[in-house]
Design a binder for this molecule. Structure first.
Ligand SMILES: [Zn+2]
Ligand SMILES: [Zn+2]
Length: 448
């Protein structure tokens, strides 16, 4: 009896083990059939980049693709702070029976960079900025790769509707580079006008991995970013009569130096923190002590408690040094923390482990690797903070030419990555891997 049960169990195990493999080769074939069209779309998007808040044509391409596939599409979704700006956000909904709701996000905007890749499909786009200056435009962050993977994923999940149950919501987000697009879509009611998310997924390409591989990281994967303005107020006067003034340049200089002790003396060395003073402006002439000095800081932190601690230290140091110099309380520094800060992107550990498992089955264990967090910031983080505060996961998609990647690694060099004028993702197999990864992740989260 026992042995019979065991035999039966083993048989079932083989049978169940075989099913995902069959499904896998089916997915491989389906993705393969779409590759020519996806690479063509990618090259078109790459050659025709649009700056943040200007994603008119790119969003139209994405929206048209989703409509063709039967998604219920809302376009021009989102509301920026500035009422004169149009949001080109897209929400595509595919309802497919009972089950959880999974959101997949792509960004769509490019950067003001003159492309220097020499690729046959390089961008030659130039636009005039509001101040009249001409700037080059380039998909230097690879959001064109993200859109192509997104379209491929939309096609796969529409074709494979019999393999999943639930609601799929695909969002095309504008203005990531200005970190205002996610806020615009959430403000317009993304999670109230559409089904509430149970999970939110995204990926970002880069040169940290060769094309064909995907990286994952539990917990904080990208830092939070704050901009802080400090106006140091003293009392101006003649440069030859410092005794009659309170010199804001000297006070601000002491503040700049003291701010360095936040990272070196106050923060846990195990937890990355950045406090950079990127701008220091004061005065007009040699012999005048000005009334004010202005500092501009960027702050990067890995979690909300750390952020509070750093911002409190900046405030304490600025106020304390001004007081020590004899500046009265009514002339204390004015410290302004910008309201459009981006919190750290924190990948939900449970979701990330589950997705990594699905990816290992889809791509093979050797192609799914732990990745390192970075101090850059992303507004993808905001989706995790809006009610119902869904678990989020952003994957790292390898986009580097594998031969160049290994050659650079041997020399101890790194290939140009996002925001470089020379960042050149290889469309194949980057897009193929991205589509397989994202499709497999969603199929796992919405499995019947
Ligand atoms: Zn970027
Ligand atoms: Zn980006």
């Amino acid at each position: 009896m026992h042995s019979k049960v065991r035999v039966l169990t083993c048989g079932l195990a083989v049978l169940f083990g075989a099913l995902p493999l069959l499904a896998q080769s089916d997915l491989d074939q389906r993705v393969g059939k779409e590759m020519d069209s996806l690479v063509a779309t990618y090259k078109h998007l790459h050659e025709n980049p649009e700056l943040s808040t200007q994603e008119k044509e790119s969003s139209a391409i994405v929206a048209a693709e989703l409509r063709k596939l039967g998604y219920d599409v809302t376009d021009h979704f989102g509301q920026y702070d500035s009422p004169s700006l149009i949001s080109y956000g897209i929400v595509g909904v595919l309802r497919n029976g009972p089950g959880p709701t999974v959101y997949v996000r792509t960004d769509m905007d490019a950067l003001p960079i003159v492309e220097n890749t020499g690729l046959p499909y390089a961008s030659h786009v130039k636009v005039k900025r509001a101040d009249g200056a001409e700037v080059g435009v380039m998909h230097a962050c690879g959001h064109d790769i993200h859109m192509s993977v997104f379209i491929g994923t939309a096609r796969m999940l529409a074709q494979l509707k019999n393999q999943w149950s639930g609601t799929l919501i695909l969002i095309g987000q504008p203005a990531e580079e200005m970190v205002s697009g996610a806020r615009a879509m959430l403000r317009a009611g993304l999670f109230t006008k559409f089904p509430k998310p149970d999970y939110v997924l995204a990926l970002h390409d880069g040169s940290n991995f060769p094309a064909g591989q995907v990286g994952w990281h539990e917990g904080t994967v990208l830092a939070g970013g704050d901009s802080v303005d400090i106006t140091v107020r003293g009392y101006g006067g003649h440069g030859a009569a410092p005794q009659a003034a309170k010199d804001p340049i000297v006070i601000a200089s002491e503040i700049v130096v003291a701010l360095q002790t936040i990272v070196s003396r106050e923060m846990d060395p195990q937890l990355p923190t950045v406090v950079t003073v990127g701008s220091f402006h004061a005065g007009t002439k040699h012999n005048i002590i000005p009334d004010e000095a202005h500092l501009q800081l960027t702050v990067r932190t890995m979690n909300p408690a750390q952020r509070e601690k750093v911002l409190a230290a900046i405030t304490r140091i600025a106020n304390g040094i001004a007081a020590a110099a004899g500046v009265p309380a009514e002339r204390a520094p004015v410290i302004e923390i910008a309201t459009d800060y981006v919190p750290a992107t924190i990948n939900n550990p449970e979701l990330t482990r589950r997705v990594a498992g699905a990816l290992e089955r889809a791509l093979g264990k050797d192609n799914v690797l732990p990745s390192e967090p970075a101090m850059a910031s992303e507004d993808f983080s905001l989706y995790a903070l809006q009610d119902p505060k869904p678990p989020i996961c952003m994957l790292s998609l390898g986009a580097a030419d594998p031969a160049k990647f290994h050659a650079a690694k041997e020399k101890g060099m790194r290939l140009p990555g996002p925001h470089s004028s020379e960042f050149a993702p290889v469309p194949e197999p980057t897009i193929r891997t991205g589509v397989k990864a994202m499709t497999s992740a969603v199929l796992d989260l919405l499995k019947k």
